[in-house]
Design a binder for this molecule. Structure first.
Ligand code: BDR
Ligand code: CA
Length: 314
């Protein structure tokens, strides 16, 4: 089977990290590069964390840091969710490699130019780099097959009542991406808050016994700490749903929608406004994920972690 070339762009972050564990374990994906953005923590911290995750999972591909700030907004970080390091919890190895001296957008362009096939992008943080790529390299737009993103929520937000964190950090970037015409699959809060791993699922992962298994269970435990205090019964592994959308769409239910990003608004900046009733008569620009087979998703993650128990060259 031909692999899909992908670029992972994120702000790791516990659930970004688990999304990358899932992506690396998939035989369906050819990961060309990892790029980082500011979001859960500063760009310096997310880039360092990306290097540490890559070392843990043996993901030996080019890494480049993106823009130090959102396109227009001031940076916003989330230490309450991911800790001061941006990836608090279990000890991790030192970064496998230093980030390249070129920036994320240049690396994306190089990877895309070198591929004869189209490339899919999987952003799991604010979409600053993706928007910058589209602004700086419009001639490469047609080489992007699809954007599988974690962000937004048609029903509600999580950082304000209206806005989800990734979109709120850089609404102008999200607006550029959502208007791009590139096929988009949106793993928003509507589904990702159902993508819960419960404590017994952490135990199942930890019991696999490999280093990746123990660390992943520790990440889940840490991430759950924040959510438990809010009344969740498990850890919502938001970002891994964006990867699952590409490799296991059979676990998911989709709804095509026209979605706009609110970039102004007294109360609603960063909201993803979905035209659920077709009032605008505008064609759908987003395939929203609205439901998930939770147990199938847990099995998918467990199987992914098992991959690292084997010889990674297998
Ligand atoms: C998103 O925000 C971040 O904290 C997570 O990594 C995820 O990408 C969920 O709102
Ligand atoms: Ca993220």
């Amino acid at each position: 089977m031909k692999k899909t070339p992908v670029i992972l762009d994120g702000d790791p972050g516990h659930d970004d990290a688990i999304a990358w564990v899932l992506a690396k374990a998939s035989t369906q994906l050819d990961i060309l590069a990892v790029t980082t953005c500011c979001g859960n923590q500063t760009l310096e911290k997310t880039t360092y964390n990306a290097g540490r995750i890559m070392a843990l999972i043996g993901l030996d591909v080019p890494l480049a840091a993106g823009r130090i700030k959102p396109l227009l907004a001031d940076p916003m970080v989330a230490p309450s969710v991911h800790g001061v390091s941006g990836l608090d919890g279990p000890d991790l190895p030192s970064p496998l490699r230093e980030p390249l001296t070129i920036d994320a957008v240049t690396l994306m362009a190089q990877c895309v130019e070198q591929q004869s096939d189209q490339v899919a992008l999987i952003p799991t943080g604010p979409m600053t780099n993706i928007a910058a790529f589209l602004l700086l390299y419009p001639q490469l737009k047609n080489k992007i097959s699809h954007i599988y993103l974690m962000g937004g929520g048609i029903g509600h937000g999580n950082w304000t009542p209206a806005a989800e964190f990734n979109i709120l950090v850089d609404p102008e970037a999200a607006d550029i991406v959502f208007r791009s015409g590139i096929p988009i699959t949106m793993a928003g809060l509507d589904v990702t808050e159902q993508a819960l791993l419960y404590p017994e699922d952490f135990d199942r992962i930890g019991a696999i016994g490999s280093e990746v298994a123990k660390v992943t269970a520790g990440w889940l435990e840490f991430f759950y700490g924040f959510h438990r205090a809010l009344g969740y019964h498990g850890a919502p592994v938001h970002d891994a749903v964006a990867v699952a959308a590409l490799i296991r769409p059979d676990l998911l239910t989709f709804q095509d929608l026209y979605v706009e990003i609110e970039t102004t608004g007294d109360y609603s900046r960063g909201a993803t406004i979905g035209d659920v009733y077709g009032i605008s008569n505008k064609p759908a620009n987003v395939r929203c994920i609205v439901d998930i087979d939770r147990e199938g998703f847990v099995d998918l993650l467990v199987d992914a972690v098992r991959f690292y128990g084997r010889d990674a060259d297998e």
